[in-house]
Design a protein around this ligand. Structure first.
Ligand code: FAD
Length: 326
């Protein structure tokens, strides 16, 4: 029988209630504009039997593209390719009775728009969020906050904490209700790409926790020692919240090049060598599953609070891994 988790629990509470038993959670991304929600369900259904404690849904801000118009003119238009984060979260909680964790970003949001988004979530009974800065636009050389928006995730965390105290941007509201968000933030075992140093990055991570973040989810990594070192250094500087490791099963040979480039991480050379020897991507995928199983088993041995999978809305590999781990 499928044991459903109790709806409407905070991630921090899930971890506490698990009493040291590692949880299972995963991340999906909204479908491309024009696609239906069935693809989302197809990416969740095979994973439900492993009793996920929560499901994260990424947020994708607008991109700027040039569209050809009459007489060869080019028009710059903002396109949001993957809308629907909030709707998908509500649908997940309704359909699966599993807590959904929407990602909420600084990029493209003024403080007012952030507050409005948080109010929507609150009304929908979604009380978990992952607070992020978001990446810079492809057309920008560095991240530019929205006018009257936040420049760093720590400022977004502070705004959510204020709302949890019933403090809205408009000061003269009568008996404003307090929200009750559990706040996660991102951490980078191999340093964030923009950070000047690992130690500096860690200090900023501590600021997010000191501001009120309840837990950290890490960027993907393929070498567990990077995660273990990161956790140790976090503890040394007084970051005491749970640190959830994020795992991504390698799926294609191309990812050996693009993942290190995009996410600023190292894939161990023996794993790269094995993957390069594969004759096709089906073999790479199988190797990726085996590697993630080894990683997952070792992490569980080390008493991690949860294993969080970056599924890219494709359930097969994660299901194969879970079958061997949980
Ligand atoms: P921050 O914590 O604000 O840090 C950004 C950079 O600024 C770092 O280099 C940090 O060292 C530095 N910094 C922090 N505070 C200060 C300060 N006060 N002064 C000076 N420098 C500072 N992106 C999306 O667009 N949508 C998503 O759904 C999404 N989901 C993600 C989920 C996870 C688990 C992770 C790890 C990342 C995700 N991202 C997502 C990517 C993320 O938005 C980028 O990595 C982004 O560049 C940094 O976000 P952050 O929240 O870590 O930023």
């Amino acid at each position: 029988t499928i044991q459903y988790t109790i709806l409407k629990m905070k991630v921090a509470q899930h971890i506490e209630n698990a009493n040291g038993k590692p949880l299972f959670s995963f991340e999906i991304l909204p479908p491309l504009r024009g696609k239906g929600i069935q693809g989302i369900y197809d990416g969740i259904d095979p994973l439900i039997e492993f009793n996920p404690s929560f499901i994260n849904v990424t947020y994708h801000r607008e991109e700027y593209v040039y569209k050809k118009r009459e007489k060869g003119f080019l028009e710059k238009v903002a396109v949001k390719k993957r809308p629907g984060t909030v709707g998908i979260c509500a649908a997940i909680q309704y359909k699966y009775k599993v807590d959904a964790v929407p990602h909420i970003i600084c990029g493209g949001f003024s403080k007012e728009e952030t507050e409005n988004a948080l109010i929507d979530l609150y009304f929908l009974g979604i009380d978990n969020v992952l607070a992020l800065r978001g990446d810079s636009l492809k057309t920008e050389s560095s991240f530019t906050p929205e006018p009257n928006g936040h420049a760093y995730a720590v400022d977004l965390v502070k705004q959510i904490v204020e709302l949890n105290k019933g403090k809205y941007l408009e000061e003269d509201l009568k008996n404003p209700i307090a929200t009750n968000f559990c706040i996660g933030v991102a951490g980078y075992p191999e340093k964030h790409i923009d950070a000047v140093s690992f130690d500096q990055d860690l200090k900023y991570l501590k600021q997010k926790v000191d501001a009120g973040a309840d837990y950290i989810v890490t960027q993907m990594f393929f070498d567990n020692s990077k995660y273990f070192d990161f956790v140790q250094k976090c503890r040394e500087i007084g970051i005491n919240v749970p640190i959830i490791p994020g795992l991504k099963p390698l799926a294609t040979e191309r990812q050996l090049d693009i993942l290190p480039e995009i996410f600023h991480l190292e894939i161990p050379s023996d794993f790269v060598a094995e993957a390069r020897k594969c004759s096709n991507n089906a073999a790479v995928k199988q190797l990726g599953i085996e590697w993630a199983v080894q990683q997952g088993k070792e992490l569980i041995q080390a008493n991690v609070p949860a294993l969080h999978f970056y599924t890219m809305s494709k359930a097969k590999a994660t299901a194969a891994i879970c079958m061997q781990i949980f």
